[in-house]
Design a protein around this ligand. Structure first.
Ligand code: ZN
Ligand code: ZN
Ligand code: FE
Length: 763
């Protein structure tokens, strides 16, 4: 029974850069197994030989005890005759086909934190401490397989102490590709904005800590690029940062030294605690405590704070010495990508600060901090970046009928949307999604976009055969796609949202996608954003949408919420009837008459079905938001207005039309809201009633669609009240609601949907 056998095992997934090889080495040693393990471009190859009993426990431990940041997507096992291995070896990597998942960046592990806190350890206070379980990965990788020579650490040679650790199977740095120490690794340097060095190493760290205590803003080179940091409790410094970043109202993220420190300002649920302390260490939106002393200019009128724990040794060492939290915001010019090299940082940030804490480990690609919030007892990604990216998803063969043809013919590149851009590639049956790139309007973001595509091509040795873009004719990404001179598929924006949510939940058609967002180019040339899209196996149909309304001044309405309100009221009644509404008094007489003319003569207006703009209009009518200083602000404020207000009331709506698409007539909603405002009903109650109405509309159309699986997607479903209310109501009606899991509901998920469209429809 206990005869000697050999297993050949191929594993794909996140198995490189996460301490997998050393783990397997130790496991084999414990079980007295011999063999070999190799990193290859397409995964990990293990040959392992020994008694059947031990091989069995090897396989079960492989699953149960694998490093926490690793992930096994596919495992193939073949049993072979014994080869006669005498030892177990970690062999050099083989450079074959590139199809492996690149490891994400991982927050410093507890063991490493203990080392840098121990005066007797040789890494005491060393700000770049990491091990096989933690540290920089995706941000420093140039190529695959994941080896020191393929990362920017290549420029440092291990000292003899590090080399010893690397070779010692008992060390947690055994075969760590990123191993270095104070002797041989990167060093800190504090510069002024003339690039002159002020201090080095520990001295630089100390000086930084003192300057932070003095209320100074400092630019530090973090894991994925420069960040601006400042004492969050120092009101004048925070104001200065706001002014310089031209960010009057958008909340800043905070970094606290510990969970205990966070608890002084915020409530933390069990799941939120798990997210904060996870290897991804994202920014988590937490409910702030009522009596908290943080000045409101960190997150004005916002019951939530975006909070994270230190994710690198450097951040940990800084925070350890401070008795206040830090504001941590990306070091960039508003709307541009985060700076990754010090020259650029000094050029762009030199007017904000004259202190730059830098080091000599090159960052290969900029990566922002990720943002998550808990909705319906689950993590929802709002910004998918450090720790989570690159994301890889597999396409399940059975679900998509045309799949087989596709893998033979196509490597697909999807260039995503315009705002919150991400890109994605399909290679064989694996999809890789890039980190959050940003809004493509600026030249620098466009550069970052091109750079990301090129780096995906190099990493995965990927050559696109087809390219997919948004249908919008003026998107920069669409222009770029066209210029590639490859077969081009244009995919409707809201349909892409639905497909993204469908694949994210491993579903297949038929599904009903409820896609609500700010703006997206519709099939009829108008702006969509309040769509109900039925997806069948190889086509989609817009089965319902909101009644369109006009936006005077077109794009200007994206910021100026009062214009959406005017557009809504124009459909309902004369403005004269509603002159008491405070938002109307915000206009001058001339402005108002000009805007009325635009509406009645249809000059310089666009037409929209967008729920995002509907939120804008309602927020303006309630007088709680006249200007979106950042995207989604009005929706955020309306959501926050519902907090601690409970009502089951809702407004009246009408669904018209017997044929598709049916029209959701919201006029009575607006009329009743205006009446409520005049009757001095609190804006909290109005907002809750408005949200409830939207949930009823979702249920209504869902029931009419005759489809069971209802997907909630689009930026509007970052709204916790709306999402949770819709889910609860759909479940009451025995429908099955889904929302996003691995990609954000906002335009960050569009690239994934574009890939899906190509997979489903390519013949
Ligand atoms: Zn570690
Ligand atoms: Zn060393
Ligand atoms: Fe969208």
């Amino acid at each position: 029974m206990n005869q000697i056998k050999r297993l050949n095992i191929i594993i794909k997934g996140i198995v490189q850069g996460v301490g997998f090889r050393p783990f397997v080495y130790k496991l084999s040693a414990n079980l007295n197994l011999k063999g070999i393990i190799i990193n290859s471009g397409s995964g990990i190859i293990i040959e392992v030989e020994g008694s059947q009993y031990n091989l069995q426990s090897f396989l079960s431990k492989l699953h149960d005890e694998k490093p926490i940041t690793s992930k096994i997507d596919i495992i193939k096992i073949i049993t072979l005759k014994p080869f006669g291995y005498l030892t177990f070896d970690i062999n050099n990597s083989i450079h074959d086909q590139k199809n492996v998942t690149v490891p994400p960046d991982i927050a410093t592990c507890q063991d490493c934190l203990e080392e840098i806190s121990d005066p007797n350890n040789r890494r005491y206070l060393y700000p770049f401490t990491n091990c096989t379980n933690c540290g920089s990965r995706y941000s420093i990788i140039r190529g695959l397989p994941y080896d020191r020579s393929q990362t920017s650490i290549n420029e440092f040679t291990m000292c003899k102490f590090c080399q010893k650790e690397y070779e010692n199977s008992l060390s947690k740095r055994f075969h760590s590709q990123v191993n270095f120490c104070p002797l041989c690794g990167p060093k800190l340097k504090l510069l002024n904005n003339k690039s002159e060095a002020l201090s080095y190493s520990l001295e630089a760290l100390k000086q930084c800590i003192n300057e932070l205590k003095n209320g100074k803003i400092i630019a530090i080179k973090g894991l994925g690029g420069f960040q601006l940091i400042v004492n969050a409790r120092n009101i004048s410094s925070v104001n200065k940062l706001r002014e310089h970043k031209n960010r009057p109202e958008k909340p800043f993220a905070l970094m606290y030294s510990s969970l205990r420190a966070i608890r002084t300002d915020c409530q933390i649920s069990l799941l939120e605690k798990k997210l904060l302390t996870s290897p991804q260490a994202p920014i988590v939106l937490l409910k702030r405590k009522n009596n908290n002393i943080l000045n409101c200019n960190i997150a004005p009128e916002n019951p939530y704070l975006g909070v994270m724990l230190p994710s690198t040794s450097l951040h940990y060492l800084l925070l350890k010495e401070l008795n206040f939290p830090l504001i941590v915001t990306s070091g960039n010019i508003s709307g541009e990508p985060i700076c990754i090299d010090e020259k650029e940082a000094i050029e762009y940030l030199g007017s904000i600060t004259n202190l730059f804490l830098v080091h000599d480990l090159p960052i290969v690609r900029p990566i922002d901090d990720s943002v998550v919030r808990v909705i319906q007892g689950r993590k929802l990604l709002i910004r998918c970046a450090r720790g989570y990216t690159p994301i890889s998803l597999m396409i399940n063969k059975q679900s998509y009928p045309n799949y087989k043809k596709l893998i033979k013919t196509s490597n697909v590149l999807a260039v995503g949307s315009h705002a919150k851009n991400t890109v994605a590639i399909l290679k064989n049956n694996q999809i890789f999604i890039s980190q959050y790139i940003g809004d493509l309007s600026t030249e620098k973001t466009f550069e970052a976009f091109k750079h990301t595509i090129n780096s995906l091509k190099t990493l995965y040795e990927f050559k696109p055969q087809t390219i997919v873009c948004d249908k919008h004719p003026d998107y920069i990404s669409s222009h770029f796609a066209k210029a590639q001179k490859l077969p081009l598929t244009k995919v409707q924006h809201h349909y892409a949202h639905v497909l993204s949510c469908m694949l994210d939940n491993k579903l297949k058609p038929p599904v009903l996608g409820i896609t609500w967002d700010g703006t997206g180019y519709g099939d009829d040339g108008t702006i969509w954003g309040g769509e109900f899209i039925l997806v069948l196996s190889n086509y989609y149909r817009r089965i319902a949408h909101f009644h369109p309304f006009k936006l005077p001044g077109g794009d200007k309405a994206m910021k100026d919420t009062r214009r959406s309100a005017l557009g809504l009221l124009y459909e309902v009644s004369n403005f004269e009837d509603n002159l008491e509404l405070s938002f109307l008094r915000e206009f001058s007489k001339q402005e108002l008459s000009l805007l009325k003319q635009m509406l009645s003569l249809d000059i310089n207006t666009s037409s929209t079905t967008s729920v995002g703009r509907l939120f804008d209009g309602v927020a303006a009518i309630l007088g709680i938001c006249y200007e979106n200083t950042f995207e989604g602000q009005s929706g955020m404020l309306l959501e926050y207005a519902t907090i601690n207000y409970k009502t089951e009331d809702s407004y009246t709506y009408v669904i018209t039309g017997t044929k598709y698409p049916q029209i959701i007539d919201w006029k009575s909603i607006i009329q009743e809201i205006v009446q409520d405002v005049f009757s001095k009903v609190s804006y909290r109650k109005i907002s809750a009633k408005f949200h409830n109405t939207l949930a009823e509309i979702i249920v209504d159309i869902a029931k009419r669609s005759q489809v069971k699986n209802i997907l909630l997607t689009g930026g509007c479903f970052q709204n916790k009240y709306l999402t949770e209310r819709a889910i609860a109501r759909l479940e009451q009606e025995h429908l099955v609601p889904f929302f996003h899991q691995h990609v954000p509901p906002n335009d960050g998920g569009i690239a994934l949907g574009q890939i899906m469209a190509e997979v489903m429809h390519k013949q």
